[in-house]
Write a protein that binds this ligand. Structure first.
Ligand SMILES: [Zn+2]
Length: 149
């Protein structure tokens, strides 16, 4: 039995919406996806990484598009978790200076302190207008992560 998750995270990894905004956002998602198994809001003091599970294909450099070495990426991610901050790092492919959150993840993945997760929604995606409404309620632009586990 496999699960599909759609997780909304702020484009700015440190952004956490107000408690009221979180409630309004969760209510909107519940009303749009009432047959989903679960709608779950999570806030954390520390940064977390939301991965896309089996949808993972590669991580690319946002500048030169070359593959990012996964061993290097794991080492850098450990440093982010131990320091608690996303510092720009120099990429080995072309020397571009980017944070790990700015890499080209295929499919999308990312760091966050706030996440709104929908488990096994009946529809595989949300309409653009509903995403815009959710962004308005949460007060931020969103990255959408489709996870298959
Ligand atoms: Zn590069």
């Amino acid at each position: 039995m496999s699960d599909s998750l759609i997780t909304f995270i702020p484009q700015n990894p440190d952004y956490v919406p107000s408690a009221q905004a979180q409630q309004l956002g969760a209510n909107l998602v519940k009303s749009l996806s009432s047959k989903a198994e679960r709608v779950h809001v999570e806030c954390s003091a520390k940064l977390r990484f939301i991965d896309c599970g089996e949808n993972f294909e590669r991580i690319g450099c946002p500048l030169c598009a070359k593959d990012i070495d996964l061993d290097w990426w794991h080492e850098q991610t450990d440093q982010v978790f131990s320091s608690g901050v996303l510092m720009p790092v120099s990429l080995r492919c072309c020397g571009a200076t980017k944070t790990l959150n700015e890499l080209a993840y295929e499919w999308p993945q990312g760091f966050c302190r706030f996440s709104l997760e929908v488990m096994n929604p009946p529809d595989p995606s949300f309409a653009e207008e509903h995403i815009e409404k959710l962004e308005e309620l949460l007060g931020c632009d969103l990255r959408i992560i489709y996870t298959h586990i």
